[in-house]
Design a protein around this ligand. Structure first.
Ligand code: ACO
Length: 337
């Protein structure tokens, strides 16, 4: 648990941006690809459709557009950025990092850049990491992006996973905001002993690519769905309550709850634990599926741009994913002048 140090300013989100590929893949289409049906997918996961990266796009292409939109929203020029972090499980290449590709394409010529891998918790990890550079005074403007092309690491013959994931990107600009606003508290956690429950077995140094690994589809997502489900239900409400307590708040103070979008049943169980009406819970997985690191910033960008989020609102974000990892943060929205 990390309550932020006593400073005259906090790190706050001063711009948001999102990008979704145009191609929509519906449950009805999936029904023609694997032994599944719309009713099973909707009732077991809450997903109706998802977006799919076009053949010419890679994760950096999605990230650049979301990043440009966040910079425009914040009124920040690319040269002002001190750091670009891209949270992703689907980088364009193992190296160079996707963040470096984005840094170049944005024209962020004064910025450091790195990728951050924490599975679907990547955005929350990157948010907390980026905020440290702002609160320490190291950088005034940090771009944090969650971007994924999960369709590229999906086994389209495995009905247990292929119905769940989607592609997209969301981005935020972090800047100093007055104390009392911005990121009020966060928690980042991990349990590597459960790593095998959500894994891409091949393609790294353990199992480099061979004809066999490709034939066995070891370069795609392997998931013990029920184990991940139980873990997610256990930690979501707990992590939210921890960050609320660290910020001196209670669940009744939450204006918007933005959980990682993996399964509507996980989200509903977290809302129940927090005694939160579903009106305060932002949900996009019905339209986009599980977009991993992009799910939280996509939901945030939609809520901000539709005018739902007002200055002074308390927003709680909670992520969980491969690692296993989990994390949460409380954000007080806005930056009064
Ligand atoms: N269509 C039809 N039937 C299916 C499908 C499908 N797409 N998938 C599984 N089934 C079948 C199973 O084979 C099983 O049949 P059986 O009883 O004859 O064996 C039955 O449906 C029930 O399967 P379960 O796995 O028990 O279904 P469950 O209710 O657990 O839902 C799900 C599965 C949706 C995967 C759920 O466990 C879940 O959401 N888990 C969490 C996933 C998650 O959060 N992932 C995060 C990823 S984070 C990251 O870093 C990428």
């Amino acid at each position: 648990m990390a309550g932020l140090p006593s400073k005259v300013f906090n790190a706050g989100i001063t711009g948001v941006g999102a990008y979704l590929p145009e191609r929509i893949l519906t449950n009805d289409e999936l029904q023609k690809m694997v032994d599944t049906n719309d009713e099973w997918i909707r009732t077991r996961s809450g997903i109706k459709e998802r977006r799919i990266t076009s053949p010419e796009q890679a994760t950096s292409d999605l990230a650049v557009i979301a990043g440009e939109r966040a910079l425009a929203d914040a009124g920040v020029a690319p040269e002002e950025l001190g750091l670009v972090i891209v949270a992703t499980s689907t980088p364009d290449t193992i190296f160079p990092s996707t963040a470096c590709l984005v840094q170049d394409r944005l024209g962020a010529k004064n910025a450091a850049a790195f990728d951050l891998a924490a599975g679907c918790t990547g955005f929350v990890y990157a948010l907390a990491t980026g905020s440290q550079f702002v609160t320490s005074g190291t950088y005034k403007k940090v771009l944090v992006i969650g971007a994924e092309s999960l369709s590229r690491i999906t086994n389209w013959e495995d009905r247990k996973t292929c119905v769940l994931f989607g592609d997209g990107a969301g981005a935020v600009v972090l800047s100093p905001v007055p104390k009392g606003y911005g990121i009020l508290s966060f928690t980042l956690r991990s349990d590597g002993s459960k790593g095998a429950t959500l894994i891409i077995p091949a393609g790294g140094s353990r199992l480099p690519a061979t004809r066999e690994t490709v034939e066995q589809k070891l370069h795609t997502i392997h998931m013990d769905g029920q184990e991940v489900f139980k873990f997610a239900v256990r930690i979501m409400g707990k992590a939210a309550l921890e960050v609320l307590a660290a910020a001196g708040l209670e669940s009744s103070d939450i204006d918007y709850f933005i959980p990682h979008q993996a399964n509507i049943r996980i989200i509903e169980s977290a809302a129940k634990r927090l005694v939160l009406s579903m009106e305060k819970v932002l949900v996009n997985l019905d339209r986009y599926g599980n977009t991993s690191t992009a799910s939280i910033p996509l939901a945030l960008a939609e809520a901000v741009h539709s005018g739902r989020v007002k200055q002074g609102d308390h927003i709680v974000v909670v992520g969980f994913g491969a690692g296993l990892t989990w994390g949460a943060a409380v954000i007080k929205w806005g930056s009064p002048t």
